[in-house]
Ligand binder design. Structure first.
Ligand SMILES: Cc1cc2nc3c(=O)[nH]c(=O)nc-3n(C[C@H](O)[C@H](O)[C@H](O)COP(=O)(O)O)c2cc1C
Ligand code: SF4
Length: 431
């Protein structure tokens, strides 16, 4: 399909307001200003848009949960924290197509009755912050944001907030805590943010890519949007393809695409023309799929049927030289570091899993350690305050399930079980 979220990425000055206005910029907002909030929500529901932040929850339905009769102010928080390993699409949207994004923020605010939008940007995105602030100023000056937007009487303000750079700050209630000036640690749910969110007021938290879809739905129509891609998995989708591929990058298509097409057609196949070994399809928190399972639709529902998830659409490709023990250890190192420490199973369990995997990787593992890995993982998943605990399990359990023989060989020989020429090399991370 023709890209509609990233049509001009790479063209000079594509991020500027002038460029956006030459390419239907803010047409969706013009239409939204002539519609009631209920009509906007209805259009988003009809489009079938599902949230692009990981869970795939229907966006129109989420907006509908915001109480209309609440006397409190309402807020939109856009989640631009993007810290999941393998995921790098949202900052491309904000940096290369900022006006589509800002237009989406204003329309979403109008739909839920919010007068203020906070964009929570990952701390490390320095350049992005500069681009976004410059273009936001231009949007204010041109009357697309701020007081009396396009003479409609509508007032909506947008603030950019830079986080300190923590994966956990992307969890929606942790993000809200962080915006309030506290440590980015999650809150117990319920109550859900739609009713009790930022400053105790009704709040919607949406992903950047989700928000960028909104102007397209308004401008071109819900029917046009709903006709893109498979049923219940509608609209354009950005995929981040990284790892052992010839052309890593962000690719836009619809969700009828398969993992094989994304790896071989879009990303040019495996570097060095080596064999594919495994794929993590949706960011580090989704189950790894072995090479013979890639003829599957890379959609929300297709990947669930294949035993994994679309998640944040961060496709990590691993060739035959990759040690799966190293992969699990490396990811657990990340999770151990990023756990916010609020609940015991996650705080202690991630550390323990990392220690066991490191022991195996050093060549000091025992076969009973493999059962211990399952047991510790089982005592984290589903037993924690926030979904971070569930995210820790897939790298361990899915690599063990699909590559148990490799783990056992590593325990028996003390070395990674890799392609023969690779196994001769020194044990230096085996990657
Ligand atoms: C540990 C953790 C980190 C997360 N990080 C992000 C993130 O960086 N960006 C994001 O949009 N959603 C992230 N999420 C999901 C959000 O909590 C939330 O579901 C999402 O922003 C909702 O947006 P959507 O409905 O538009 O998908 C994270 C969730 C967890 C548990
Ligand atoms: S699961 Fe982990 S990250 Fe989430 S609240 Fe508990 S300790 Fe914090």
């Amino acid at each position: 399909m023709e890209p509609v979220l990233t049509p001009f990425v790479g063209e000079p000055n594509a991020q500027t307001l002038d460029f956006a206005l030459q390419h239907r910029g803010y047409e969706g907002l013009r239409k939204a200003l002539g519609m009631t909030p209920a009509e906007i929500i209805d259009a988003v529901k009809k489009s079938g848009l599902r949230g692009r932040g990981g869970a795939g929850f229907p966006t129109g339905m989420k907006w509908g949960f915001v109480p209309k009769d609440s006397p409190k102010p309402k807020y939109l928080c856009v989640n631009a924290d993007e810290s999941e390993p393998g995921t790098f699409k949202d900052h491309v949207l904000m940096e290369r197509n900022p006006h589509l994004f800002l237009e989406g923020c204003v329309i979403a605010c109008r739909a839920i009755g919010a007068k203020v939008c906070y964009i929570y940007v990952r701390g490390e995105f320095y350049h992005l912050q500069h681009v976004l602030e410059t273009e936001l100023r231009r949007a204010y000056d041109a009357g697309f944001v701020g007081a009396n937007i396009l003479d409609s009487g509508e007032q909506i303000d947008i603030y950019i907030h830079r986080g300190a750079g923590a994966y956990e700050a992307g969890e929606e209630t942790a993000l809200i805590e962080s915006l309030e000036g506290k440590r980015a640690q999650p809150r117990l749910k319920p109550p859900f943010p739609a009713v009790v969110g930022l400053y105790g007021c009704p709040t919607v938290v949406n992903n950047v890519e989700t928000i960028c879809n909104v102007p397209l739905i308004l401008d071109r129509g819900a029917e046009w949007y709903a006709a893109i891609g498979p049923e219940k998995n509608t609209g354009p989708k950005l995929y981040c393809v990284s790892g052992h591929v010839k052309r890593p990058g962000v690719y836009e298509t619809d969700m009828s695409v398969t993992l094989r097409q994304l790896i071989y057609d879009y990303a040019g196949g495996i570097s060095g023309d080596r064999e594919l070994k495994a794929v993590i399809p949706g960011g580090s928190s989704t189950n790894v799929l072995p090479a013979d399972k890639i003829d599957v639709q890379a959609s929300f529902d297709g990947l669930v049927q294949a035993g994994s998830m679309l998640g944040s659409a961060g496709i990590i490709v691993m060739d035959e030289t990759t040690s799966m023990v190293w992969v699990a250890k490396n990811l657990l190192h990340f999770y151990e570091h990023e756990s916010c420490g609020k609940c015991t199973p996650c705080r202690e369990g991630t550390d323990w899993l990392h220690k066991i995997l490191s022991k195996i990787e050093r060549g000091e593992g025992e076969l009973r350690d493999l059962d211990l890995l399952f047991s510790v993982a089982d005592n984290i998943g589903g037993k924690t305050l926030c979904p971070f605990g569930d995210a820790v399990v897939p790298p361990v359990v899915s690599t063990l399930q699909h590559f148990r023989e490799e783990y056992e060989a590593h325990v028996r020989t003390g070395r990674p079980a890799l392609a023969p020429w690779r196994a001769q090399e020194e044990l230096i991370g085996a990657h």
